[in-house]
Design a protein around this ligand. Sequence first.
Ligand code: PRP
Ligand code: GUN
Length: 181
Amino acid sequence: MSTHASLPIGATCLYTLEEIQSKLVTLAAQVNRDYQDKNLILLCVMNGAVVTLGQILPHLQIACEIDYVHVSRYGDALQGGELNWLARPQTALQGRHVLLIEDIYDEGYTLTALRQFCEQSGADSVRCLALTNKQHQRKQGATPEYLGLEVPDSYVFGFGMDIRGYWRNAPGIFMIPETAT
Ligand SMILES: O=P(O)(O)OC[C@H]1O[C@H](OP(=O)(O)OP(=O)(O)O)[C@H](O)[C@@H]1O
Ligand SMILES: Nc1nc2[nH]cnc2c(=O)[nH]1
């Protein structure tokens, strides 16, 4: 683990950009294989997944559409609360194969609500790709079908994920050890 001079004090790098890129290539290969003959739509879960979507897209070698859904249950806080719906997808999901793109699978409340929304909208299939999986026993709902990197039970940020609203631009995935639970 290394520290990064211009990030919040004590920030520790969990994964470098190169390590994340390498994982995204692996995940993209799985998606390419599984959605070869499907009419795929990727739904970016804003805001956190914006970098993950942008960085995995060039590795997808299949025809696909993109859209987004904007929900938030953390806001600027480090603990989750009620899920706020800020924007729904514009594309009709009826009969579509939906792949939700997430930055992090933490307690699973966001994903459970999104799966339910897609299913109620008539999607033929709903799966999730999450770049990171937070390691703890407080999960609920179904696990993402495509999971990338393991992170400890701390608040993590960077590569699209915020800390108190900032540092989504941090070049890698970081944690501040004091936020460990
Ligand atoms: O598994 P859960 O405990 O439900 O948490 C996961 C969700 O939390 C984050 O979103 P957040 O509410 O922080 O909004 P953001 O993406 O705009 O940062 C993240 O992007 C996931 O969507
Ligand atoms: N930025 C960020 N968002 C989250 N949403 C759920 N857990 C986390 C986390 O550790 N970091």
